[in-house]
Design a binder for this molecule. Structure first.
Ligand code: CTP
Length: 418
């Protein structure tokens, strides 16, 4: 087993060699301080699944801040300690050896957690690696691999996470898990759909009114963070649909609807259109745009949307509702209606409506500008004032609608307007 894991830990397809390098530096520094050092959580899960690892989740039995300080002393960089949580962020020195993305990493002291009430943020206390694994969400996330000295490659798996990985099962560690932290319901569904696993029946029955009710007390920010993580995943439509089927949303906001399954394919963007892409924003637009304005604004408040996200969802919803009135309008009328809306809102409404004018706007119309500028008007002796905007708008509308087709025609029109 240890040999097995040693091989995986040295596989450059799973862990890029610069990350391996960094891990071995951290491990030997921890060893020199007498601190057992582990990679944990998602790192171990993905490594055992033979998938490339993303974050370096490092835990030490001992003072992670002291470890961070000694790493900075030896290799440079900067440390931000969080004394309350016994953690530190190490901003890596900008040397060639550390060309890593991201360029910082968390150093964590093994800890136990207690919850003062359902849904509260946990109170943490330094402890052993065993306690640290016992505080976690699912067995598949409750494994550690030791990195220091001769222990390199030892697996700690007190809850049989490896066997659950093999059985493709997601299992909580104790019956109160979802009550302590109902964001784990979102996490369970995320892993289930990401890896095509099954939430074990004994855990599935814990997604019930008792745990779901705790969602009501959770901050909008915490819930939205989970939804953001979901919309950022490849299988996000399946995840959000599944959460709807589990009747999760009504506990967050009474008007939060099920995700329209027929919108599932729209989360892939056509990058040729030069529209700033965001799967997360598109996810929320597709999910909420058919609601009333009042419902959208109320959900945006509950989920602590940024003003940009609120504007994107609201804009798409307004546009979709006004499409019947805009159909067959002149291009300049479309442009007038669309210009103040976020491009992603327009693009998303195009995807669900296939209204060609929206595509024309995104591809051409929005770029149409008259040759004449404000400066030209000034040179022609026009007093600064609202006339500038009116003239430039009229020229642009004429180009858009095909009333003028050449610079000469633009000049003629300008002469008439002045
Ligand atoms: N964790 C937990 N309960 C939570 C959030 C996190 O127990 N509500 C633990 C899990 O052990 C998880 C680890 O903290 O593995 C790190 O959390 P995170 O970085 O969010 O997840 P990853 O496991 O890295 O998974 P992902 O691939 O989704 O990022």
């Amino acid at each position: 087993m240890q040999k097995d894991l040693t091989r995986l830990l040295h596989d450059p397809n799973l862990i890029p060699s610069e990350k391996q390098n960094l891990l071995s530096k951290i491990a030997s520094q921890a060893e020199s301080l007498g601190m057992p050092c582990y990679v944990v959580g998602g790192f171990v899960r993905d490594l055992l699944l033979g998938q490339p690892i993303n974050d370096l989740d490092i835990v030490v039995e001992g003072d992670a801040i002291a470890l961070g300080k000694s790493l900075v002393e030896k290799y440079g960089g900067k440390l931000t300690p969080h004394y309350k949580f016994h953690t530190a962020i190490w901003y890596l020195p900008s040397r060639e050896a550390f060309t890593l993305d991201p360029s910082s990493l968390d150093l964590i002291t093994a800890r136990s957690e207690t919850y003062s009430r359902p849904g509260a943020l946990p109170t943490v206390k330094p402890s052993t690696i065993d306690d640290d694994l016992l505080r976690r969400d699912f067995t598949i996330n409750a494994m550690a691999i030791r990195l220091d000295g001769d222990h390199f490659g030892e697996l700690l798996d007190p809850l049989d996470g490896r066997s659950d990985l093999e059985k493709k099962t997601i299992r909580v560690l104790h019956p109160r898990s979802f009550i302590d932290d109902p964001t784990r319901i979102f996490r369970a569904i995320r892993y289930e759909q990401r890896y095509s696993f099954i939430l074990h029946p004994s855990s599935f029955i814990l997604v019930n009114p008792e745990s779901l009710a705790v969602l009501q007390a959770l901050s909008g920010e915490r819930i939205r963070h989970e939804l953001d993580l979901i919309f950022d995943e490849d299988n996000s439509p399946q995840m959000i649909v599944r959460l709807g089927k589990l009747d999760v949303f009504k506990w967050i906001h009474p008007e939060l609807p099920a995700f329209n399954e027929s919108h599932s394919d729209y989360l892939e963007m056509d990058t040729r259109l030069d529209v700033p892409a965001s799967r997360i924003t598109m996810g929320f637009i597709l999910w909420l745009m058919d609601l009333t304005e009042a419902a959208i604004l109320s959900i945006a408040r509950r989920l602590d949307f940024t003003s940009d996200l609120t504007h994107a969802v609201w804009g798409a919803s307004q546009l979709k509702k006004s499409l019947p009135f805009l159909v067959n309008s002149a291009p300049s009328v479309w442009v007038y209606a669309l210009e103040k809306l976020p491009l992603l809102s327009i693009y998303t409404v195009y995807l669900v409506s296939r209204e060609k004018a929206l595509l024309d706007y995104l591809s051409f119309w929005r770029h149409v500008k008259p040759g004449t500028t404000g400066n030209d008007l000034k040179m022609r002796g026009l007093e600064p004032g609202p006339r500038y905007g009116e003239i430039l708008t009229a020229l642009r509308a004429a180009w858009l609608d095909g009333t003028i087709r050449s610079n000469e025609e633009e000049m003629e029109m300008l002469n008439r307007l002045l």
